[in-house]
Write a protein that binds this ligand. Structure first.
Ligand code: F6R
Length: 609
């Protein structure tokens, strides 16, 4: 969603800011803007549309050698995407410029209060109110930081924000509550961003602000404090991300690159975590000793969208390997149903970005009620990782494409290790444990084999790309895979796809089967093989085309198309079966000419409700 970049140093700020915005484009946005400060004047350029439109607009005015500035990509919440509503926003005098991520919940009251005082608001946004409020506090404040702090006392909601003051030529003030803000420490220059992706080209030394924290940033460094004006001390940490992690590296788009990276991403997730001697996994970040692991009586996975489906795969793995009840629930619903939080349940909050507001809110609800929650998060230093405090990092590397692929795979791989660990402190035998360890270790190579079948999947995709609807069907292990397959197709191709448990078909949806309704059926070679073959026969008998995704030998001519995956340990089949569905969605979207990395209406991290 929205992106923030700030810079203060000795370089020309505008190119640094615009390049930073480019790197945040993947998050999804609908307008962009920049404000730079030079000789006591704040110059603002903004536009509805893409960062390239902003660049074009900037090119129309004379170059501005300013060395301090702030910039933003906006994903509309209060007011339509327009030049007027784009950030940065200014106060009436043009002294204060603000960029802001998040949502000010009492914006209506704040705006009404300002209007009553005679302030003329020029946009429909919540952010503009902040600019006026900060400006109003300046008279009584000792510093810009104090003015920001005083203004924020009236604010309810979430924010990551950066403020520029016309009278302070090289200073930025930054604040965070619920929307990530990270400082990048350079040599005689400082960067600010909502996501390290915008910084790693310049520096890998970063400082993650906590909720309720502010920072004053100038070229020589930074100081941090709380909303209550208590000093905090924050040392920079080094992020292990390289600039080219965010480059296409010869691939046509990021989804393709990230699918191709899955073997190496899985190998990274497994590294140092598999134990042959005791046929188990080591997940040191969980912070749970064997006694604590044994005390877990139930596991509940919470996540949104694909992360939720990965959680469902995780729940199946835990039930199979550890024989303790497990389930998954959409994190977006959790806090609203006044959940019964059970002290013997291990809750697992799943998130690639670590920023998804609904998942973060579920974690906060759990912690408030004394639940034990661990994170399964990709982005180190993210809000969910920090709120959980313990868990398992996914090590998928940065994921830029909106459609999650490698992170999702690493979620399921991590849950297989968690299930193995929980199983091995219970009744899972060493032989069974070793079988899973061996299966996990073989995964990178097996995923490589699935990816090598790309051309075959492309041919199938071409044949079905113009279907208006598709079913995705699976049983037990195949059911979350079907859901994920339908999700991937919907989001990047805009083809309507619905997932059903295969056995549910005959209870209603079978009425929709005809020659124009292809079904993708997941057919792992497990105890339910005969049942899945029966499902395919029922569909074929009604003239429905079938694409079977399988590691079994199916009767010749049973399905119209067969996409094969290698045979592995049956419990791990969902991981391999997911990959051809990514490829299928990808090639259908490509055939339909979609913008694969940036599907319409979607954002990479959903930091609003
Ligand atoms: C689908 C997709 C989304 C995310 C969901 C949660 O491809 O990417 O459904 O899985 O928005 O995002 P994270 O994992 O960042 O919490």
């Amino acid at each position: 969603m929205c992106g923030i970049v700030g810079y203060t140093g000795t370089r020309e700020a505008t190119p640094v800011l615009v390049e930073g915005l480019h790197r945040l484009e993947y998050r999804g946005y609908d307008s962009a803007g920049v404000a730079v400060l030079r000789r006591g004047k704040v110059g603002v350029t903004k536009t509805a549309g893409r960062v390239r439109d902003l660049r074009d607009r900037l090119a129309e005015s004379p170059p501005n050698p300013a060395t301090v500035g702030i910039a933003h990509t906006r994903w509309a919440t209060h007011g339509e995407p327009s030049d007027r509503n784009a950030h940065p926003h200014l106060d009436t005098e043009g002294r204060i410029a603000v960029v802001h991520n998040g949502i000010i919940e009492n914006a209506e009251q704040l705006r009404a209060r300002l209007t009553a005082r005679g302030v003329e608001l020029v946009s429909e946004t919540d952010t503009e109110a902040l600019a006026h409020m900060i400006a109003a506090e300046l008279a009584a404040a000792d510093s810009l930081e104090d003015a920001v702090r005083a203004a924020l006392r009236h604010v309810e909601g979430t924010y990551g924000l950066v403020v520029l003051d016309r009278t302070r030529p090289d200073e930025l003030v930054v604040a965070r509550n619920g929307s990530p803000i990270v400082l990048g420490v350079g040599d005689g220059e400082m960067f600010v961003a909502s996501d390290v992706a915008a910084l790693v080209h310049h520096t890998q030394r970063v400082v993650f602000l906590d909720d309720g924290e502010l920072a004053t940033v100038h070229p020589g460094g930074y100081r941090t404090s709380t909303l209550e004006a208590r000093r905090t001390s924050k040392e920079p940490t080094t992020v292990e991300l390289a600039a080219d992690d965010y480059e296409l590296g010869g691939h046509s788009d990021f989804m393709r690159k990230e699918m191709a990276e899955q073997p190496e991403a899985v190998a990274r997730a497994l590294r140092g975590r598999l134990d042959d001697r005791f046929a188990t996994a080591h997940l040191g970040g969980l912070g749970l000793d064997p006694m604590a692991l044994r005390a877990v009586r139930r596991v509940k996975f919470l996540g949104c969208g694909s992360a939720y489906y990965a959680g469902q795969m995780g729940a199946t793995l835990v039930e199979e390997l550890a024989r303790i009840p497990a389930d998954a629930e959409p994190a977006s619903e959790f806090r609203y149903r006044d959940p019964v939080v059970d002290p013997d349940t291990l809750y697992v909050a799943i998130s690639q970005s670590g920023e998804t507001l609904d998942t973060l809110a579920a974690v906060q609800e759990l912690r408030r009620k004394g639940g034990r929650v661990i994170g399964a998060v990709n982005v180190v230093g993210s809000a969910i990782a920090r709120e959980c405090g313990s868990g398992v990092f996914l090590h998928a590397g940065p994921e830029v494409s909106v459609a999650s692929t490698k992170a999702l795979t690493n979620m399921t791989v991590s849950f297989a290790m968690l299930a193995l660990l929980l199983g091995r402190v219970r009744d899972l035998s060493a032989a069974a444990g070793l079988r899973v360890v061996t299966g996990l270790r073989a995964l990178p190579e097996r995923i490589e084999e699935v990816l090598a079948d790309d051309e075959r999947v492309r041919e199938v995709a071409k044949r079905y790309a113009h279907a208006r609807h598709m079913f995705f069907l699976g049983r037990v292990r195949g059911w979350p895979v079907a859901r994920e397959g339908a999700q991937k197709l919907k989001e990047i191709s805009y083809v309507h796809a619905e997932a059903y448990q295969a056995a549910e078909l005959k209870h209603g949806p079978l009425a929709l089967i005809d020659a124009d309704m292809p079904s993708v059926v997941l057919v792992p070679d497990d105890d339910l093989l005969a049942k899945n073959i029966g499902t395919i026969e029922q569909i074929k008998a009604r003239g429905g085309p079938v694409i079977a995704v399988t590691n079994a030998e199916l009767p010749a001519g049973l399905a119209d198309e067969v996409l094969r995956v290698p045979r592995g340990e049956p419990e791990l089949d969902p991981i391999l079966l997911t990959v051809p569905l990514q490829l299928l969605a990808y090639h259908i979207a490509a055939e339909l000419g979609r913008d694969i990395d940036k599907p319409r209406n979607l954002a990479k991290s959903v930091t609003v409700e």
